[in-house]
Design a protein around this ligand. Structure first.
Ligand code: UDP
Length: 421
């Protein structure tokens, strides 16, 4: 596994640490449980990190130098990817892997560069999961997208050159085909949920308000927490006044979070909407505490502008908590409207308020949706099942490559001729 910015060992909730970290960690563990030897390569972002961390006899995390041994926003990492690819090649001198799986477009670049054939050999097969696509991000974020300009052609090139792409939802397949990737080279394997951790044993304490609604995620504008705050104000106007919105995520604990510009923006909206007293920012919550917090809520609300997959709704479903979900991206696959939650259009505070009023007013409906959600999470989204689907995509790739099926088409991988990538 190559996961340049998203270490499986990182704390979650910060701007660049969320679903991809969870995905790489849990998928790697599940593949190791199936008997594979898994190495996760990630960037060394602190100088006290050991080079190799053994998680269990079949799984290790390797920190490789790529730029400064300090936090660097992921959108500024491209210049260091050549160094990361060289580190991989050095690590593979004695024991190359059977297959490389890149996570995020820059890891795909690294995987393809490092997997190039040596003087005697053939390239190592490369499977790619994008987690997020630049085309979608640009469509929604416009000039606010801080991705490097080169992503516009490097990401599709990774898609065309990799031997197989694993999409995490059906919506992504449409986007990948629009990028010029043939359907026969795309597999689907969703994200999963840790069913050993969720639902946990007991709900966390909650404040003494009648209802709690919960938002969990990285605190970035595209997660749409402002939509929930505006909905809270409409819920209040409709007469449900005793509702708390708990917002989990951010770069540190609750106090540190107040220094965050996104929190200040959201607090200003809450004040303007007259619901400041009803909104609590909890800051970053460690994994072990998450199930209790999810279970303390009457509903989990996910109203992103767009969502490549979205693990949080699965965590809510695994806890038996109904989900109000914007009908975008992976949420259209994971949350079944009227069965495990309620769909609302994206960026629509009125529809979000309507769905929440219905849920908060009908305990029976909450219980029905919660029960169905738990069944769905258990039946379809265990990491063991996701690992089996991923393994099937790996085996198909290895079979095709050894049978000489034409591989991904060539294309320029680096804007600078002769550069390391
Ligand atoms: N998360 C966490 N602590 C936090 C905030 C988030 O453990 O303070 C976890 C959350 O439970 C979920 C992941 O981070 O497992 C977020 O994944 P998701 O796919 O929903 O969003 P992404 O970060 O990929 O946009």
């Amino acid at each position: 596994m190559v996961s340049e910015h998203a270490s499986p060992l990182a704390a979650l909730g910060g701007v660049d640490a969320g679903g991809q970290n969870v995905h790489v960690a849990a998928l790697s563990e599940a593949l190791a449980r199936r008997g594979h030897l898994v190495t996760v390569y990630t960037r060394r972002d602190a100088d006290d990190l050991p080079r190799r961390v053994r998680i269990n006899p079949r799984l290790e995390v390797v920190h490789l130098p790529a730029g400064p041994a300090a936090p660097v926003p992921k959108d500024e990492l491209l210049p260091f990817m050549g160094e990361l690819a060289e580190g991989l090649q050095r690590d593979w001198e004695h024991r190359p892997p059977d297959l490389v799986h890149g996570h995020f477009w820059m890891s795909g670049l690294v995987a393809l560069a490092a997997a190039r054939p040596g003087p005697a050999g053939v390239p190592i097969p490369v499977v790619q999961t994008f987690h997020a696509l630049g085309t979608v991000k640009r469509r929604h974020q416009g000039t606010a997208d801080t991705s490097p300009f080169e992503r516009r052609w490097l990401e599709p090139t990774v898609g065309r050159r990799a031997d197989r792409i694993i999409a995490t939802c059906s919506d992504e397949v449409v986007e990948l085909k629009a990028m010029g990737i043939p359907a026969e080279r795309i597999s689907i394997a969703p994200c999963g949920v840790d069913l050993d951790l969720f639902p946990g044993s007991a709900p966390a304490d909650r404040c003494d308000r009648t209802h709690r609604i919960l938002s969990v995620g990285r605190l970035v504008p595209r997660k749409g927490v402002d939509v929930i705050i505006r909905a809270l104000s409409l819920i209040r106007a409709a007469g449900l006044r005793d509702v708390e919105l708990l917002v989990v995520g951010g770069d540190g604990d609750a106090t540190a979070t107040e220094a965050d510009s996104e929190v200040r923006r959201l607090l200003a909206i809450a004040a303007e909407q007259g619901v400041r007293q009803q909104v609590t920012f909890r800051g970053q919550v460690p994994r072990q505490a998450m199930p209790g917090i999810v279970r303390s809520a009457d509903a989990v609300v996910c109203t992103p502008w767009y969502e490549p997959f979205g693990i949080v709704p699965l965590e809510a479903m695994a806890c038996g908590i109904p989900v109000v979900a914007a009908a975008v991206g992976g949420l259209k696959d994971s949350v079944v409207d009227q069965v495990t939650g309620l769909h609302v259009p994206p960026r629509d505070p009125h529809a979000t308020a309507g769905a929440l009023i219905r849920l908060l007013s009908e305990q029976g409906l909450r219980q029905d949706l919660g029960r169905a959600g738990q069944q769905r999470a258990r039946a379809l989204y265990s990491w063991d099942r996701v690992a089996a689907e991923t393994e099937a995509a790996y085996l198909q790739t290895l079979t095709e490559v050894s049978a000489g099926t034409p591989r991904g088409v060539p294309g320029r991988l680096h804007p600078v001729e002769g550069a390391a990538l």
